[in-house]
Design a protein around this ligand. Structure first.
Ligand SMILES: Nc1ncnc2c1ncn2[C@@H]1O[C@H](COP(=O)(O)OP(=O)(O)O)[C@@H](O)[C@H]1O
Ligand SMILES: [Mg+2]
Length: 261
């Protein structure tokens, strides 16, 4: 089967009774790289969290479908099994579980019982991807994210992405806090995944990652909605001129959402 389709329609999301997303429409298909850009506090991470089923985020209207299946009816692990992957803006530390153990159980969670990945095959595959991403092999035996630097956490996320091979990947600020070398490696990993079987939603505040990973579609989020969409040329314009021209064009004074005045 070719790639999957993630379809978000008129999505409204509340946190603590406050509406943050106010009607998001977006379709991501296998083979497509979409970027969501926008100033801070405009709802970008809320969208990622709602797609992955974070319990604090209540969908009050609209739908999320994965190949026609209702994602909102799925538990978090079922969403992963359906082929969704979320890289976190602030990945959590898991004490007592090594990176290697975590990765292997995550891979096996996607497989049927009795069809677990053989240990040697897993180690070989993990080693290969760690080499590709220039990750220190010691990381495999360290507790997940514990004491990892910002750059190590982000590389670790791409490691997960490359080993789990989801159908749709959602990367939230994967580029934040990376130096240029780490940014290039993270980009190399994302580009390596480009195929008809993989669609990607890249959420970022800055354009610099998008200088290395060229998006097919670029969307700007403000006030909890996608207010502008275009192609890669939109990244260049945002880099040169910032977000002000969009606010002026649309008559938006405060682009943020959900903040008490
Ligand atoms: N866990 C939370 N609890 C309360 N309010 C939140 C929470 N997460 C986000 N918000 C509200 O939603 C708004 C949008 O946040 P977010 O989606 O993180 O924006 P972005 O990722 O674009 O910076 C924030 O300004 C804040 O008011
Ligand atoms: Mg965010």
């Amino acid at each position: 089967m070719a790639g999957s389709t993630l379809e978000i329609k008129d999505l409204h999301v509340e946190i603590d009774g406050k509406e943050i997303l106010k009607g998001v429409n977006l379709t991501v298909k296998g083979g497509e790289f979409h970027a969501i850009m926008g100033p801070n506090g405009t709802g970008k991470s809320t969208l990622a969290s709602a797609i992955m089923g974070h319990p604090n985020y209540e969908v009050t209207k609209g739908s999320i479908l994965m190949d026609g299946e209702d994602v909102l009816e799925m538990e978090v692990d079922e969403r992963a099994k359906a082929g969704l992957f979320l890289g976190m803006q602030y990945p959590s530390e898991i004490s007592g579980v090594t990176t290697s153990e975590f990765l292997r159980s995550a891979i096996n969670a996607h497989r049927e019982e009795g069809n677990e990945i053989p240990l040697m095959k897993f180690i070989k595959e993990m080693d290969r991807v760690m080499d590709f991403l220039d990750i220190d092999k010691n990381m495999a035996q360290r507790y997940l994210n514990e004491g990892f630097s910002g750059g190590e956490k982000k590389r670790n996320e791409i490691l997960q992405l490359m080993l789990l091979k989801p159908k749709i990947g959602i990367l939230d600020e994967i580029d934040s806090g990376l130096d240029i070398d780490a940014l290039k490696i993270v980009s190399k990993g994302i580009n390596e995944l480009r195929s008809d079987d993989f669609g990607c939603l890249i959420i970022t505040h800055y354009q610099r990652l998008l200088n290395y990973v060229t998006p097919d579609f670029v969307h700007v989020m403000m006030q909890g909605r996608i207010v502008k969409s275009g192609g890669a040329e939109l990244v260049e314009r945002l880099e040169a001129e910032g977000y002000e021209w969009i606010k002026e064009e649309l008559g938006i004074e405060d682009e943020t959402v959900g903040q008490d005045a």
